[in-house]
Ligand binder design. Structure first.
Ligand SMILES: Nc1nc2c(c(=O)[nH]1)N[C@H]1C(S)=C(S)[C@@H](COP(=O)(O)O)O[C@H]1N2
Ligand SMILES: [Mo]
Length: 324
């Protein structure tokens, strides 16, 4: 695979005309607030790349190998000739602190991984897919998450554009329900079917959990911490997420008092965040506001504080404001 100079990579990205999705999925429903979909320029970026890999899509190749019946090699055009699906999905980073910014939602265009794997023929026992990237990252994903019906895909488009260079151009993986380090390899070049017993991916070697299911979490975006709103009705708003399970309820507690239900705005699927809002009758003085989400299995977010290491932060997002 050839690497090309920055300008040339940017030109070839601009030249790409992505086919329309054969399966466009559910659109973002009416009634969401602006910001439900994160713009590409605003989407968080987390990677170890010192310089953004610049890959020529014309010579890019994906190799699917390891514990498979038939090794496969696919060009970028081979991928684009397959039926594409489009899905709105939320991606977040395991290193996000409670209340942190490393989460975003986009409309992803890609090739479902399951049919590719069944063409390659997975050998019994291959419980891990190790994705390798152009710059040497390895990301291990449970094989089951590519086969259990979720929209695990090889992504070529983000919000109606070819994948931006920083987000993995020309092809990245995305696994709904898993943190990025466990399912979302950017600048993808290889998928190796292997086992968790045989191989530790990059972050797993550094002590992070081998499997990275997303924990239920929620965040207050409005008002901002230390804001000074006027007394009277104040809209408290934010997002909550529990990809694969979905969010059933979001509740707010003022000054550690009873949990009160927030209103949930509509979602396209269980694989996106949900926007919530709560009308607070603010009284003068300092107040704390806390948020907690409950997923559709009925499990409430734990208040117990845990650091992001080794498998994602827990604890409730709490902010302090002073009402004038
Ligand atoms: N090649 C490569 N892919 C990667 C990473 C990386 O460092 N290198 N970081 C992962 C992590 S930790 C996350 S959270 C997501 C972030 O994707 P984004 O930068 O497009 O938001 O990419 C994942 N894929
Ligand atoms: Mo991450």
């Amino acid at each position: 695979m050839k690497r090309i100079r920055g300008g040339a990579a940017a030109r070839s990205r601009a030249d790409i005309r992505l086919p329309a999705a054969a399966d466009p999925g559910k659109p973002v429903p009416a009634g969401t607030d602006p910001g439900f979909v994160t713009g590409n320029a605003d989407f968080y970026r987390v990677d170890t790349a010192l310089t953004v890999p610049r890959i020529d899509p014309g010579s890019w190749e994906l190799r699917i190998h390891g514990m498979v019946g038939d090794e496969m090699r696919l060009s970028f055009d081979d991928l684009l000739r397959r039926p594409l699906v489009e899905r709105v999905m939320t991606l977040n980073c395991v290193s996000n602190e409670v209340g942190g910014p490393y989460i975003g939602t986009a409309k992803w265009l890609g090739v479902p991984l399951a049919p590719l794997l069944s063409e390659a023929g997975i050998r019994p026992g291959a419980d891990q897919i190790v994705a390798r990237s152009a710059e040497g990252m390895t990301i291990g994903t449970p094989t089951a998450t590519a086969l259990d019906g979720r929209d695990t895909m090889l992504v070529v488009g983000m919000n109606g554009e070819p994948l931006p260079l920083e987000h993995g151009f020309p092809v990245r993986m995305l696994t709904p329900g898993l943190y990025g380090y466990a399912g979302a390899c950017k600048w993808l070049t290889e998928l190796e079917l292997t086992t968790f017993a045989k191989f530790d991916a990059y972050w797993v070697e550094r002590g992070w959990s081998a499997e990275g299911p997303v924990k239920t979490a929620s965040r207050i975006d409005k008002p901002k911490p230390f804001a000074r709103p006027a007394a009277g009705p104040v809209t408290v708003a934010g997002v909550a997420w529990a990809q694969r399970r979905g969010v059933k309820a979001v509740e707010i507690s003022v000054d550690g008092g009873d949990w009160k239900p927030a209103e949930l705005l509509p979602v396209p699927s269980i694989d996106t965040w949900v926007q919530w809002r709560y009308s607070w009758k603010a009284t003068s003085g300092p107040h704390s506001l806390s948020v907690r989400a409950t997923d559709r299995t009925g499990a409430a977010q734990t208040a117990a504080r845990a650091t992001p290491f080794p498998n994602g932060a827990t604890g409730l997002h709490t902010i302090t404001v002073t009402v004038a």
